[in-house]
Design a protein around this ligand. Structure first.
Ligand code: GAR
Length: 186
């Protein structure tokens, strides 16, 4: 089997990137790409010795593909990447991009998903899914509930968010490890 080599795309803190970096023997990350300069996730990548790239505000998606291919990237992981990926880029990498989303999709796509679900006193959870042309619409690879109706159960939003973040790291590492070894994530 050809080795799976990942680019991890981030926009912020990089806690999910950190979780992936905990498996250096199983997950090969050749580059970390950030849509923002100065974010903690970039420092985490550098500390791990992974090359980084900061995207311009106006992203040249074709150039990004060329850069990733030149670094041997076969798969892309969107780990808190807060930019919409355009259809041409999805087509270029079809079946090889996964996204992490902090809700039980198809509920609560888009932004502020944890807060909106919490305020609705709905169940909280995580979906790791393939990326298609829609926003958070691709085929689910793994979905886990973190908390059932936490507001009624007396959780604060901060504690509920923390619980979702723990679930995220478990789900994302499970999927990326499985895909890295050529298996299915289920
Ligand atoms: C995570 O909660 C992730 O699910 C969310 O951004 C956060 C990134 O955290 N992604 C989305 O909302 C994508 N729609 P991190 O930078 O600490 O990994």
């Amino acid at each position: 089997m050809r080795q799976r080599v990942w680019a991890v795309l981030i926009s912020g803190r990089g806690s999910n990137l950190s979780a992936l970096l905990d498996y250096p023997d199983e997950i090969s990350i050749s580059i970390v790409v950030s849509s923002k300069p100065g974010v903690d996730g970039l420092a985490k990548a550098r500390r791990a010795g992974i090359p980084t790239l900061i995207l311009d505000r106006r992203i040249d998606w074709s150039a990004l593909t060329v850069t990733l291919r030149s670094r041997g990237v076969t798969h892309i992981c969107l780990a808190g990447f807060m930019r919409i990926v355009p259809p041409a880029f999805v087509a270029e990498w079809r079946g090889q991009i996964v996204n992490l989303h902090p809700s039980l999709l198809p509920k609560y796509p888009g932004l502020e998903s944890i807060r909106v679900a919490f305020e609705a006193d709905d169940d909280l959870g995580v979906t790791v899914h393939e990326v298609d042309e829609g926003v958070d619409t691709g085929r689910a690879l793994l979905q886990k509930t973190s908390l059932k109706k936490p507001r009624a159960a007396g959780y604060s939003l901060a504690l509920a968010e923390f619980t979702v973040h723990v679930t995220e790291q478990r789900c994302l590492t499970r999927v990326v490890r499985a895909l890295s070894s050529g298996g299915s994530s289920r």
